[in-house]
Design a protein around this ligand. Structure first.
Ligand code: PEP
Length: 248
């Protein structure tokens, strides 16, 4: 079963619009769901979605967490708060947060630390450093990103589950996707690289999902890549016509 992670970003604009999306999702999921669904809404809608969770058959998470545990960090949400609210997932290092909040690898590594300390399952995005003008497979930049972020969290990852979203920056919101072969190569590489950084005894489980312009027209062929456990979907996950096909 593939995992579908819906990143709603800063959408939709009202609770009424949220309800319209919920209706479509509820009509296309059930207890034996065809896909494992994770929704990452704007945090302001979380309690509303939690009220509807039984008909959604979805898990919930946040789009970012603070790298700090608590304190004077206006506007930020801590991993502890998210966990205590009953959420399971935290997206970490999305390229839009790199771009608009200027996060460094050290920030991302600390966010991962916070997520793991508070039993949230991290969805770590990589691919931010890929050349925006080239769709060539670039294992060097991914290697650097993973090394800087994973190494300081080696011990904490022991026995935990991590989802890594391979999101080449040039594919996000552009309508362009890499070849199936390069997604396969990168997803195998990412999994191997993480398991190489960790000790064999760590028993960490790693799932790699692909993100970047996944939509109703390409999800079927992308689903044929065996090393990809699912998809992180932005724009199309808000499109009421596409949702039934994406969950298909
Ligand atoms: C994303 O938000 O991570 C993403 C992949 O967006 P889109 O599907 O719109 O490219």
């Amino acid at each position: 079963m593939k995992t579908i992670i819906c990143n709603w970003k800063m959408n939709p604009g009202s609770v009424e619009e949220v309800d319209k999306i919920i209706d479509i999702i509820a009509g296309n999921t059930n207890s034996v769901g065809r896909a494992e669904l994770i929704i990452l809404p704007p945090s302001i809608y979380i309690s509303h979605l939690q009220e509807q969770q039984s008909q959604l058959f979805a898990s919930l998470g946040v789009q970012d967490i603070s790298s700090q545990a608590s304190g004077a960090y206006t506007g930020q949400l801590s991993a502890e708060m998210i966990y205590n609210l009953g959420l399971q997932y935290a997206l970490i290092g999305h390229s839009e947060t790199h771009k608009y909040q200027q996060y460094t690898s050290q920030d991302i590594s600390q966010k991962l630390n916070q997520a793991l300390m508070h039993n949230l399952i991290p969805i770590l995005c990589v691919g931010y450093e890929e050349n925006p003008n080239s769709d060539e497979v670039n294992t060097d930049s991914i290697k650097r990103e993973l090394y800087d972020i994973i190494t300081p969290n080696k011990e904490l990852l022991s026995g935990k589950h991590i989802i890594v979203a391979y999101e080449p920056i040039w594919a996000i919101g552009t309508g362009k996707i890499p070849s199936l072969e390069s997604i396969e190569t990168m997803s195998i590489f990412i999994k191997r690289m993480i398991l190489d950084i960790l000790t064999p005894e760590s028993q960490t489980t790693v799932a790699v999902v692909y993100g970047g312009s996944v939509n109703k027209d390409n999800i079927q062929e992308l689903s044929s890549i065996p090393s990809v456990s699912g998809f992180l979907i932005g724009g199309a996950s808000l499109d009421r016509e596409q949702i039934p096909i994406l969950l298909g």
